[in-house]
Write a protein that binds this ligand. Structure first.
Ligand code: ADP
Ligand code: MG
Length: 638
């Protein structure tokens, strides 16, 4: 038969197809297998409707045959096959999908889970082959036809012989070039891996002959001692079913045991530990999908680095579309692993992406709620596990609460844990507020490098003495997180090292104000002595046994200054507004009062010393350690 031209500017279209639609050449196999599966589905659907065709589900399969000699990869199915007209229409017209028509023609559309819809997948075969041959016999017909094409130049259709209904697609795999390796598509291990990656959940068995080795049986060995037996090996071939067929997530929850989920997780996501929690859900309505999510027990080594890539696997009707679909997963829950399978995604033509992110948005927000409630359940009924989880991923939740100007505050605030001075362990904000004293107005917190150092901070003494609980914050992000949350259940967060602590009654306040007034000149003289290092020197309401401490006024705390200062890159030296606070009840203060009268020079030097001490207590460095040391020596030898 004479060569026919492809219809509709097909030449250019085909060229475009082959060279620019797909990012990964390897997906040709996914496309051909999907077509084979569709063809079987169509025939199966037909047998269900007709009844009594003598065909049953078990008879259907897809076969892959590799021949390195002739460089061919053959994909055979015993599905509905194609008539001469079908070959002409469906393979001769680019972007015509017989499968889409089939779906539209049949009434019970929703029940048919057919993959094809764009009518371009087939041509992906030309990405890896110079020549494609399709031998097909339609179900119920005696005639078979062979469609053959070398790409853009057109195709031929001729009658041929074929046993039984169905289709064989024979690809002549391209020769390797200097840059490109095509041999991989003739390698059984590579093909098996590709089937398992993209087509593991195709509902019909995909079979291939695999070469294996075994110990050769030797009758003489029977009489020998085991140590004298020298094993000889032989190779043999065995037909293997490459795909697992039934997606775990399509099974009902009652059918599955925890081990099933755990094993699936470990194999699929290369973890050696069981997941901390499994979420298995199916939803219908605005978005129909199955989701199987896992909360890992441990953070992967690169979790808190730029290398880490978040995302869920995305399947459309059991076929892998994307390995890491980032849009399905909110940032704050980026540690979640798993997959989503949906049949009503509007995929783009290469089936590598989605057309509309609206569907993704809907799914993402549903998953977000699911993940949150799962974490809440874990917090409630398995505290120990939750605390372990929080050690791994709590930082991410805190960043999440802090990020986007607190947009995810509602979502995350009840999942956060902070170390409590009262309980000596991490607690939730709800637990803190539930325990608050009747006269307590704020949620108090203190920052520092370690729990021990914070507990020793002079600023925490009075608050603790009042019987108020303090949250000890040790992560850099903690204070930023709380200042973004601003309040919890109407209770404001308050640093023990900043501003008015709101501790005592009116009486106490007045008294302090009066003392402050009486010592105004002394405090002013000390401020001057510190030459702009502090914005004020004040009498303290938070100190009990210590003489001095450093606090900050305004939005930026000393801790924040430290964190920002330690960030890489240029930083314009953001500074907190420092206040030196003195304990009026401490003997040192009386000494200062006396020096103000008798020895202004020494007062200056003491002001410097006290400031240095306050810096050290805060975990900061003194500006001039040698001068500091000299001053102390001078005191020691007086
Ligand atoms: P799509 O699968 O999106 O419809 P393809 O380009 O992959 O597009 O295939 C085009 C059409 O060719 C299919 O819709 C189907 O009608 C037909 N077809 C392809 N492969 C087979 C096959 N193995 N058996 C029967 N029909 C097939
Ligand atoms: Mg297809």
């Amino acid at each position: 038969m004479a060569k026919k031209q492809f219809k509709a500017e097909s030449k250019r279209l085909l060229d475009l197809m082959i060279h620019s639609i797909y990012t990964h050449r390897e997906i040709f196999l996914r496309e051909l297998i999907s077509n084979a599966s569709d063809a079987i589905d169509k025939l199966y659907y037909h047998t269900l409707q007709e009844g009594n065709t003598g065909l049953s589900r078990e008879d259907f399969s897809i076969q892959i045959t590799l021949d390195k000699e002739s460089r061919t990869l053959t994909l055979s199915d015993n599905g509905c096959g194609m008539s001469k007209e079908d070959l002409e229409k469906d393979l001769g017209t680019i972007a015509r999908s017989g499968s889409l028509d089939f779906k539209k023609e049949n009434e019970k559309k929703d029940e048919i889970d057919i993959i094809g819809q764009f009518g371009v997948g087939f041509y992906s075969a030309f990405m890896v082959s110079d020549k494609v041959k399709v031998i097909s016999r339609a179900y119920g017909s005696e005639e078979a036809f062979c469609w053959e094409s070398e790409g853009a130049e057109g195709y031929t259709i001729d009658p041929c012989e074929k046993q039984g209904h169905g289709t064989d697609i024979i690809l002549s795999v391209k020769e390797n070039t200097e840059e490109e390796n095509y041999d991989e598509f003739l390698d059984p291990y590579r093909i098996r891996a590709l089937v398992q990656k993209y087509s593991d959940y195709i509902r019909y068995p995909i079979r291939m002959e695999m070469e294996k080795t075994r110990v050769k049986e030797n009758p003489e060995d029977k009489d020998k001692k085991p140590e004298d037996v020298k094993p000889e090996y032989e190779t043999y071939t065995e037909v293997e079913t490459l795909n697992s067929m039934v997606p775990l997530w399509k099974k009902s929850r009652s059918e599955l045991k925890p081990e099933d989920y755990n094993q699936f997780y470990k194999e699929k996501f290369y973890d050696y530990e069981d997941p901390a929690r499994v979420i298995h859900s199916s939803t219908e309505g605005a978005a129909t999908y199955n989701a199987l999510l896992f909360i890992p027990a441990r953070a992967p080594y690169n979790y808190y680095t730029r290398d880490f890539e978040k995302g869920l696997q995305l399947y459309a009707s059991g076929v892998l579309i994307m390995d890491k679909c980032a849009d399905l997963l909110p940032d704050c829950f980026s540690f979640v692993r798993g997959l989503v399978d949906s049949q009503d995604l509007s995929l783009n033509i290469s089936r590598e992406m989605l057309q509309h992110d609206r569907q993704l948005k809907i799914i993402e927000s549903r998953l977000e709620k699911k993940i949150k409630s799962e974490l809440q359940a874990m917090l409630k009924d398995d505290r120990e596990k939750y605390e372990a989880f929080f050690k791994n991923f709590g930082l991410q939740l805190k960043y999440g609460a802090y990020g986007d100007y607190g947009a995810h505050k509602e979502l995350l605030q009840d999942l956060l844990l902070f170390y409590s001075s009262a309980e000596d362990k991490p607690v939730t904000l709800a637990e803190y507020v539930g325990r608050m004293k009747e006269d307590q107005k704020h949620i108090y917190y203190a920052c520092g490098e370690t729990i021990e150092r914070i507990a020793a901070l002079p600023q925490t003494e009075r608050v603790r003495e009042k019987g108020y609980e303090i949250l000890y914050l040790t992560d850099d992000v903690d204070e930023f997180c709380l200042s973004t949350l601003h309040e919890y259940e109407g209770k404001e967060f308050k640093s023990v090292s900043a501003g008015d602590l709101d501790l005592g009654g009116e009486e106490e306040k007045k008294e302090l104000e009066q003392q402050q007034e009486e010592n105004k000149d002394l405090l002013e003289a000390m401020k001057e002595a510190l030459e702009g290092k502090v914005s004020a020197v004040r009498l303290s309401q938070r100190l009990k046994s210590h003489p001095v401490c450093l606090t900050a006024e305004g939005a930026l705390s000393l801790e924040m200054e430290k964190v920002l200062g330690a960030m890489p890159g240029e930083n314009p030296g953001v500074k907190a507004q420092r206040v030196l606070e003195l304990n009026a009840g401490h003997p040192v203060f009386q000494k200062l009062q006396q020096l103000y009268q008798d020895d202004r020079e020494l007062l200056k030097s003491y002001a410097g010393l006290l400031y240095s001490q306050a810096l050290l207590i805060e975990g900061m460095t003194v500006e001039d350690p040698v001068a500091f040391s000299n001053e102390i020596c001078r005191l020691m030898t007086r």
